[in-house]
Write a protein that binds this ligand. Structure first.
Ligand SMILES: CCC[C@H](NC(=O)CCC(=O)O)C(=O)O
Ligand SMILES: NC(=O)OP(=O)(O)O
Length: 318
């Protein structure tokens, strides 16, 4: 595997899951694979889980790791071509990327949707420039439209906890004070649609995700109806995708906040969230602290998903 940006890059998911459970049994088994290889992790946005779990995964494989927060310490980067750089940006991304590529063997990039240009976001302008100009294998640590390391960890977690072969998984929108990217829900939908699970998406009218991610999932505007009999409830907020209000918050209705009443109509479902989570906006304290909440093991599986991806990329550059 050269680059990792979406579910298709991993190939057969059953094989990838087998690799994940093997690594989970002995995460230091491949400690020689990454010897004298350097991972550079580049963050245009904040992170806790991705930052720590991906470094840990790289260290499990014997790699050296460098981390760069673009907006703290590096020069502010101009990302548009043809701009006269007489403002507050000292360096152009088209120099910075090949320079960064010269110092490492593999690059991880976090660059959220900016909600300035839907076209730039959904063409993955920043991530694709790293792929085009760095000369290195590149993997997404959440880009504008997907968060594949998170979704792979989510799938590993559901496989670990499911009580039936084809669980009912419900992705529910929840209110948030800020406009959040569609990357996590897009990616979760993409990975759930790649399984044979029963998959339902529920959100208020006007919060439809891009059709290419919804694919053949059932969309239900009545949240309680969607949650009936669910085995897994995956909560996440996202901003409007449609052209008219792209990147906006148009609903803050806390009737969508996942509470005990919502969980009561499920099949004693597990509660999942990628974190960080705004308590009592997305989910109540009682639910996220309750016995069916698996957000911590879900976060712990980020080390495993990152290690499978790094292992596959390292095997391609030996
Ligand atoms: C893994 C999730 C990263 C990001 N989350 C946020 O930006 C939350 C920020 C906040 O709650 O203020 C998102 O929704 O895509
Ligand atoms: N879930 C996730 O990616 O968390 P961070 O944004 O803290 O990395």
């Amino acid at each position: 595997m050269r680059h990792f940006t979406n579910v298709n890059d991993l190939g057969d998911l059953k094989v990838a899951l087998h690799e994940a459970f093997e690594i989970k049994k002995d995460r230091f088994k491949f400690v020689e694979l990454g010897r004298n290889k350097t991972l550079l992790m580049i963050f245009f946005n904040s992170s806790l889980r991705t930052r720590l779990s991906t470094q840990k995964a790289a260290m499990n494989l014997g790699m050296n790791v460098m981390v760069l927060d673009i907006n703290q310490g590096a020069w502010k980067l101009e990302t548009e071509r043809g701009v006269i750089m007489d403002g507050d940006k000292s360096e152009h991304i088209l120099e910075a990327i090949p320079v960064m590529g010269s110092y490492c063997d593999i690059i991880g990039v976090r660059s959220f949707a900016r909600f300035e240009s839907k076209q730039d976001d959904y063409n993955e302008l920043i991530l694709n420039q790293f792929i085009k100009y760095s000369g290195r294998p590149v993997f997404s640590m959440e880009a504008a439209t997907r968060h594949p390391l998170q979704s792979f960890a989510d799938l590993i977690t559901i496989e670990e906890y499911k009580k039936t072969e084809r669980p009912k998984v419900v992705l529910t929108w929840a209110p948030h004070p800020r406009p959040l990217p569609q990357a996590v829900p897009n990616s979760f939908a993409e990975w759930m649609n790649a399984t044979d699970y029963e998959f339902v998406i529920t959100h208020p009218k006007g919060y439809e995700l891009a059709p290419e991610f919804v694919s053949n999932a059932r969309v239900e505007y009545d949240q309680m109806k969607a949650l009936e009999g669910a085995d897994f409830v995956y909560a996440k907020s996202w901003a409007v995708y449609n052209d008219k209000n792209y990147g906006k918050v148009q609903n803050k209705d806390r009737a969508w906040t996942v509470d005990a009443e919502h969980m009561a109509v499920t099949n004693n479902a597990y509660f999942m969230h990628c974190l960080p989570v705004r308590r009592n906006m997305i989910v109540t304290d009682d639910v996220i602290e309750g016995p069916q909440s698996i957000v911590i093991p879900e976060a712990a599986n980020r080390e495993i998903s990152a290690q499978v991806v790094l292992k596959r990329i390292l095997e391609g550059i030996q």
